[in-house]
Design a protein around this ligand. Structure first.
Ligand SMILES: [Fe+2]
Length: 474
């Protein structure tokens, strides 16, 4: 078909190619292995993403809108089993029952101020499509505007929304942090109306034991935060909610640089009055890699971009424009709690990356290695390599996925009996464009730029998605 004719049909990057959703669920052993699956890799590799069942409007579909689907590879003694399941949310159930869409997703964000009533079924759909966390022997599928969904392993059955005994009073970030030393899970939710942020601590038994509202000058999209041994760190970045902007024809959620960028440090069990705010250079952070304490300083490392047009992701997709100032690079802030000074620096000016991960056992403690997905600057919203950053030597290792092969978030999976920080594997899904097939790639984290330990072909396509997770066996 000529390219001209194609542009007249509704097109959306995030519904096309390997972004296109899949409709079937499967359970199958993965038998086509190049290399060998390590016998000391035991547990579940999980990857969640938006997989819409009903799309109200192809042209305006936003990547945030799709229904959550989890793709899993269970590793057991050198064998691998694939499963994919929808998160069976109430919203998806209602849409299936109706046989069509009910919620318009991001496109509906400005409707309320324009007097368009929300659907009778509720303000929004909890899509449960963004990330997962494992805490207190439970797996949760997360979406930052709503409560978590509890899931089972290995079946990936949906148990339902988790309210923590009715104590959860706020939305729940897709990026809660589990302190592996204490077993506590720190979380927060943000809102377009005050309190703009509410923070909670969940004890190792899964009970909410502390909740505190946090004051911000304005409601912002706060996608992630950080923890250290004694503190939680909030990211007040200038992607703001603005009802009056929406009333006058602008976007409800938009980049507003005059709002500035700040990091707020709160003692783990502190309240609003205890937050210490640090002004930092104008920037946007979606994903933190880690944070820790060094003397008087709180050190935060993250993928940081100069700005973002996330609300316009759909309209900008596929356009030949320089997006590099919207793509993150690994960066560090040092916040001095004694002097109030904030220092900051680039950790990498060569590559653009996102999906920063560490060995999760070190969340909130000094970590040496960060893993990330490298943006392919030639292809929109695609990742062509995995990166390993060494914070001690400054070395950056590249695991190139090869020509026409694209990845996503790689997660660090500890080897059985590991003692060193990087003694394990980085596991990710890759898409081979030429062969039109999905693979699970296992990289030895200590031989990062060497060939993969194993490349496992999946008979079923795994669409590009959001975040990955690792749940060790036992
Ligand atoms: Fe995220």
């Amino acid at each position: 078909m000529p390219a001209q004719a194609r542009t007249e049909e509704p097109f959306n990057t995030f519904l096309s190619g390997n972004y296109a959703p899949v409709s079937e669920e499967h359970v199958a052993p993965l038998l086509e292995v190049s290399g060998a699956i390590p016998k000391d890799l035991n547990g579940h590799f999980l990857r969640i993403g938006p997989n819409p069942v009903f799309v109200p409007d192809v042209a305006s579909y936003h990547i945030f809108d799709g229904d959550g689907m989890i793709h899993a590879v269970q590793f057991e003694n050198g064998q691998a089993t694939y499963r994919n399941r929808f998160v069976e949310t109430e919203g998806l159930r209602l849409e299936r029952a109706k046989g069509t869409w009910i919620w318009k997703g991001m496109a509906a964000m400005g409707d309320l101020v324009k007097g368009v009533p929300p659907p009778a079924e509720g303000m929004m759909k909890n899509t449960a499509n963004t990330a997962m966390v494992y805490h207190n022997n439970a797996l949760y599928a997360l979406m930052e505007a709503a409560p978590p969904h509890r899931m089972t392993l290995p079946e990936l059955d949906t148990v339902g929304e988790e309210t923590f005994g009715g104590k959860l009073t706020h939305a729940f970030t897709a990026h809660p942090k589990v302190d592996a030393v204490t077993g506590e899970m720190m979380t927060f939710g943000y809102s377009p109306i005050p309190p703009y942020v509410t923070y909670s601590v969940i004890n190792p038994a899964g009970e909410i034991v502390h909740t505190a509202p946090i004051t911000l000058p304005k409601g912002v999209m706060m996608h992630d935060f950080a923890i250290t041994e004694h503190y939680s760190v909030f990211l007040d970045m200038p992607i703001t909610f603005d009802f009056s902007r929406a009333m006058s024809g602008g976007l409800m959620l938009d980049w507003e640089p005059q709002n500035g960028s700040r990091l707020g440090v709160l003692p783990r069990f502190g309240t609003d009055a205890d937050v210490r705010w640090f002004d930092v250079d104008l920037s946007m952070v979606f994903h933190v890699s880690n944070a820790w304490e060094e003397g008087d300083e709180v050190v935060v490392q993250a993928s940081r971009s100069l700005r973002t047009d996330i609300s316009r992701a759909t309209e900008n997709a596929g356009k030949s424009m320089d997006m590099s100032d919207q793509l993150g690079q690994l960066y560090e802030w040092r916040l001095n709690l004694r002097t109030g000074e904030a220092r900051e620096r680039h950790l990498d000016t060569r590559y653009h990356c996102d999906f920063t991960r560490i060995n999760d056992d070190l969340a909130g403690r000094r970590s040496r290695y960060t893993y990330a997905a490298r943006f392919d600057l030639k292809h929109d919203a695609m990742f062509d390599a995995a990166l390993k950053y060494d914070d001690v030597t400054g070395a950056i290792q590249v695991h190139d996925l090869g020509p026409g092969r694209f990845g996503g978030e790689g997660v660090f999976a500890r080897k059985d009996g590991a003692t060193a920080e990087d003694e394990g594997y980085v596991v990710l899904f890759a898409w081979d464009e030429a062969r039109q097939r999905s693979e699970c790639v296992i990289i030895d984290a200590q031989d990062f730029d060497g060939p993969p330990v194993a490349t496992i072909r999946s008979p079923y396509r795994v669409p590009f998605g959001f975040h990955a997770g690792w749940v060790p066996a036992g």
